[in-house]
Design a protein around this ligand. Sequence first.
Ligand code: G3P
Length: 222
Amino acid sequence: NDKPIVILNYKTYLESSGDKALSLAKDLESAYDETGIPMIASPQAIDITKIKDETSIPVYAQHIDPIKPGGNTGSNLLESFLANGIDGTLLNHSEKRMKLADIESLVTKAKESNLKTCVCSNNVATSEAIATLSPTYVAVEPPELIGTGIPVSKAEPEIITGTVDKVKNINKNVKVLCGAGISTGEDMKAAIELGAEGVLLASGIIKAKNPKEALLDLVSKI
Ligand code: G3P
């Protein structure tokens, strides 16, 4: 599938928690039905099962811990997500940074379980390092733009072109996403024109009055 993709990181906004997590997933599902642009939900762990049960969209965990089954109170165990039908996971989000060695072991374990991995990076050098691990996606997000509504595709286009350049040099099969401040059709179009193969976003959709319309607008220009 060469179409650009949209991953919606639910984070821990009230507007994307509990019942609202499911209604947002239904918006993603109908936006996919209407546009054919793949839409992926990344809800909090507790909201995953109901979204898997009641929609057909792919669901990614927001984070998985580098642990083995056993005594790890409060942690996210890969095997448990697998048992609940997860399709993939974000790793190393700037709000949940990880050690490189832990990212590597989780990307490897995820691959063995046919899970997609979307590993976040904060700049071109980190994107390059992550590309050597061959995740499904590298998602570059300048932390200072996250949640600001100032789109990375306008404010720091060189971080997208630089990431695409370095990542593709290492492994053409790793797809590049970008995020931070993306909310409109213009923002996503600019990202795609800079070489991104999709977007990872949150507040622009989650905080919109009508998230479904915001999703349709997001993909209206590609
Ligand atoms: O993971 C997506 C994210 O960090 C970007 O957040 O709110 O700027 O779209 P936002």
